[in-house]
Structure formats: structure tokens, C-alpha cells
Design a binder for this molecule. Structure first.
Ligand SMILES: [Zn+2]
Length: 499
């Protein structure tokens, strides 16, 4: 089924794993011994780091050696590059406010704040003339995996230290411990560890070719993304997904599934990515003041936007194109991954006139009868069984995806101009994905082609049938009294329209 998809690659900030080593954090001797040759990720007070922006591939200069753990020369030539400093160039021993990131591929990495003028400019003092002070959120998608992981961890850890200077329990000052991996308070030695706040981010799709994207009120026109929000105290991730989507755009989701995660240290989020299915026919209600715009976007339009790149300029006359989130965000990875799924036509979908002789359609109709029996009082049940459908006045259609029946529908001639809609059923796994709409539109077209002037139907009056009643209302059906042989029945609703 199309609703199954995974991330096509790891999120940009989660592509490499740092060598986190708790014993090393507790070993000041080893920290001092390795300091001189350690590499230090330096951050300014804005959280920016010296980075050589991505450029066209260049030949490696004579005598130039790749950094330990760096990507292959070919990749390094085009990726942005984090410029680190040697420990020995900064200080004779690990400074008190430096944090130990860990040891990866034989190199020890630390992180520390440095002073520099606030305006972004050349960062040549880091040893590379081409370096600029750049932010992870802007450039993370262009960094190699290890650089992205180093910078993400450095920002997460140093930002936490800035905000954890006093004990949350007694308000006394705290000091750094474990080479930056905890803080301990002066009054009672309460220990606190680097904090991370879970946030969900969910790609809502229709199970076919549409994705629900929204624009936050603070974003420029044209910029859309998937929906996200913070997990509340005591809440499960699944409940958070359902609540956030309902709050932000007013739709209910089903089939919530986990995709992946990455840290988003602005200041201390962990983005937990999901996808879920919603009905594109349900009206959207963007949350006032929070969501400026929400709409269903076809996969084709998403692919065009991805192909166009992020920062295409437009003239004032031109409507802004669809602008998608940047490459460092997990939202970007989610959208790219969904866009890579073959269209719903992966399994060719077709609607055929069914002679009702196959075992599959018999089973599908038996489930329909059982469902109706379960939710409808016996005397109010009007679903036709196989013998009732194998009559000349009934034409029966089956919608197939591959060889699987996903929906059925039928027309029963009442007279030369009037037909009744029967046997409308969608496979439970394919509900709320627009399938019933396709079948109903097919029936309307076929009824016109067959010369009917009016379509009527009976459906249930209680909650189970609310989606069906909404579907018919959207297609112009209105309530009227019983037709044909039907009698007044509080369990039934009779709908009709001219065609
Ligand atoms: Zn304390």
C-alpha cells in the first residue's frame, strides 16, 4: 500500500554517529594528554561556526591532507566544511568552559565558545580564508555527515550550559562536570544532565498523491512545510501527533507511523518524525494566528519544487512558487522521501464491470453485509447480497488496485430515468483516502451515460454512516422521503439528486 514509505536517507544532522564515551568524560588525565592534538569546534555567541561554504569541485592543493574522519576528497570538494581549531592553538589545557564531544575515527573533538565581532564575516582566524561564520540551521544540509553531527552536538551542549547556570530545584549556582555532560549545584550537589525536548513532526498524506502542507503565520508567502509541535507533559507521541494535527488544521489522522529522528538544537528539540493519513475531502481549519495557510499539494507540485531548488527568485508579478524547508531540517528529508514514492498508480487502479462470479468479490460483499448487520437493526438493513445483485436491473462495479478489490459500487434501475446507488463499500484499509469519492464519481458518470436523470440512495441515520452522508452531501445529494419500496424508518436517511 502506498501509505508505507520510509526515509530515503538519514536526516542531515543525524547521518553520522559521534563516538560518545562516558569513561573519557570522567578521565581528566586522558583529556589533558590528548588536548594538544584535539580538534575544537568553536561557536560564537550567536551559535555560528566557521564554515567554508559549498563550492564547485576543486583540485586538492599540493601537500593538502584531508582531515581525519572527513569525507572522500570528491565529496569534500563540494560539501560545506566545518573549520575546527587545534586544541594547542587555543590553550595549553582544556579550558573550564570547553565541552568534550567525543572521539571519532581517532580524533578527539571538543567544543568551546569564542569571542568575535557579532557581525558575520570572514572567519580566517580559524585558519581558512574562505571560512565564514554560518549557522547550522542554514548550512547543515550542505555539511558532510561528521561535520553536521559535530556541530549539532556542540550547539546542543553549549546552549544547554548557557541556560542551566542555576539549579532547577534550589536556585543555587551550578558548575560544569563530566567534561560538559552534566552540571552540579553548589548547595546540594544536585546533578542535571543536558536537556532535550521531544517534538513531533508529521507528514500527513492521503494515502495516494497528496500531502498536507501548511505555512506558519511568521513565514513568507509560498513557504510551506509539514506540521510539528511539542510533546506535552504526560502525553504519548501518538497522542501528540493526533492532537497537533487536529489543533493546527482541524483534521483527524489515522495510521500514525514512525519515520526517524534528528536533534534540532534551536534551542534543544529532538524532532521525532511520523507520517499519518487523513481524508483530503475534510475541510481544513487552520489555527487562527498560528497557521496562515494549509493546503493539499500534489506530488507532482512537490517534485517540481524540489527540482527548482530552494531560493528561486520571483518578480513581484509572479506568485511565489512552493518553497520547501531547507536541507538541514528533518522536514526536508521527510518531504523528499514522500516525493520519491512512486505515484499511487504504482499498482494500476481500474474500475471494471463485475459479473459477480469471483470469490474475491463474494468475500468483499460478505464483509459488507456483516458490517451492516453489526451496525444496523435487522429490519432496517438494506444491503443486497449476491443473489439480490445478480439481476438484470443491477450493474455492479469493482475498483481494483493490482488484483486487490479496494471498493465496490452499483446502480439499480428503478425505472427508465431513476436509479438507486447500492453496494458502496471501501476496503477498511483504504478508507479516508478519496477512494469512495472516485467510485461515486464513476457511478454518477455511468448513470448519466446510461440515460438516468435521477439518482437516489438509502443510508444509515446514525454516527457510523456520518462519513457516507458527508460524501453524498458533497456530491449534491439531498435528504428527501423514502423512494421506491422504502418506508419511513428512523434508522434510514433517503438521499436524492438529479443528474
Ligand atoms: Zn540544587
Amino acid at each position: 500500500m502506498v501509505s508505507g514509505f520510509g526515509l530515503v536517507r538519514p536526516p542531515a544532522l543525524a547521518s553520522a554517529t559521534l563516538g560518545r564515551d562516558e569513561a573519557f568524560r570522567l578521565d581528566p588525565e586522558r583529556q589533558k594528554e590528548t588536548w594538544a592534538t584535539a580538534r575544537v569546534v568553536v561557536l560564537d555567541t550567536e551559535g555560528r561556526a566557521p564554515i567554508v561554504p559549498p563550492g564547485p569541485p576543486r583540485a586538492r592543493r599540493a601537500g593538502e591532507v584531508g582531515r581525519p574522519g572527513a569525507a572522500a576528497p570528491e565529496a569534500e570538494a563540494t560539501a560545506a566544511r566545518l573549520v575546527t581549531r587545534a586544541g594547542a592553538d587555543l590553550a595549553g589545557a582544556p579550558p573550564d568552559d570547553a565541552v568534550l564531544l567525543g572521539e571519532t575515527d581517532g580524533t578527539v573533538y571538543w567544543a568551546a565558545r569564542v569571542d568575535h565581532p557579532r557581525e558575520a564575516g570572514p572567519a580566517g582566524e580559524a585558519g581558512d580564508e574562505a571560512a565564514r561564520w554560518l549557522s547550522l540551521a542554514m548550512i547543515g544540509g550542505d555539511l558532510g555527515p561528521l561535520d553536521a553531527a559535530l556541530l549539532t552536538t556542540a550547539i546542543a551542549l553549549l546552549t544547554w550550559h548557557d541556560r542551566a547556570r542555576f539549579c532547577a530545584r534550589d536556585g543555587s549556582p551550578t558548575r560544569m562536570a563530566k567534561a560538559g555532560w552534566s552540571r552540579v549545584c553548589a548547595a546540594a550537589r544536585h546533578e542535571e544532565f543536558p536537556r532535550t525536548d521531544p517534538a513531533i513532526i508529521c507528514l500527513v498524506h492521503d494515502g495516494a498523491d497528496q500531502v498536507l502542507l501548511a505555512r506558519q503565520a511568521t513565514w513568507p508567502a509560498g513557504r510551506l512545510s509539514v506540521l510539528a509541535g511539542f510533546v506535552e507533559a504526560g502525553e504519548s507521541l501518538e497522542a501528540c501527533v493526533a492532537r497537533e494535527i487536529a489543533e493546527e488544521v482541524g483534521v483527524d489522522v489515522s495510521d500514525v507511523r514512525y519515520l526517524g529522528s534528528q536533534a534540532w538544537p534551536f534551542p534543544r528539540s529532538l524532532m521525532l518524525a511520523f507520517h499519518a493519513v487523513a481524508d483530503p475531502e475534510v475541510p481544513l481549519w487552520p489555527a487562527e494566528g498560528e497557521i496562515a495557510e494549509a493546503r493539499w499539494v500534489h506530488r507532482r507540485e512537490v517534485r517540481e519544487a524540489l527540482g527548482r531548488g530552494d531560493w528561486r527568485r520571483t518578480t513581484d508579478d509572479e506568485p511565489p512558487p512552493l518553497l520547501l524547508p531547507g536541507g538541514s531540517s528533518i522536514a526536508r528529508t521527510m518531504i523528499e522521501s514522500w516525493a520519491a514514492v512512486p505515484p499511487a498508480g504504482l499498482l494500476p487502479r481500474r474500475i471494471i464491470v463485475d459479473d459477480l462470479t469471483g470469490p474475491e468479490v463474494a468475500a468483499f460483499l460478505r464483509e459488507h453485509i456483516d458490517e451492516m448487520r453489526a451496525v444496523t437493526p435487522p429490519h432496517s438493513k438494506h444491503a443486497l447480497d449476491l443473489p439480490g445483485l445478480r439481476v438484470p436491473e443491477v450493474t455492479f462495479w469493482t475498483m481494483l488496485e493490482g488484483d486487490t478489490i479496494v471498493a465496490t459500487g452499483a446502480l439499480k434501475a428503478l425505472d427508465a430515468e431513476h436509479a438507486e446507488v447500492k453496494s458502496m463499500r471501501t476496503h477498511p484499509a483504504r478508507k479516508r483516502q478519496g477512494i469512495a469519492t472516485l467510485m461515486l464519481e464513476h457511478l454518477l458518470a455511468e448513470a448519466r451515460r446510461m440515460g438516468f436523470r435521477r439518482l437516489s440512495l438509502e443510508t444509515g441515520s446514525f454516527a457510523f454512516f456520518a462519513p457516507a452522508r458527508a460524501l453524498y452531501a458533497r456530491h449534491g445529494f439531498e435528504a428527501r422521503g423514502p423512494f421506491g419500496d422504502y418506508q419511513e424508518d428512523p434508522n434510514s436517511v433517503y438521499l436524492t439528486r438529479t443528474i
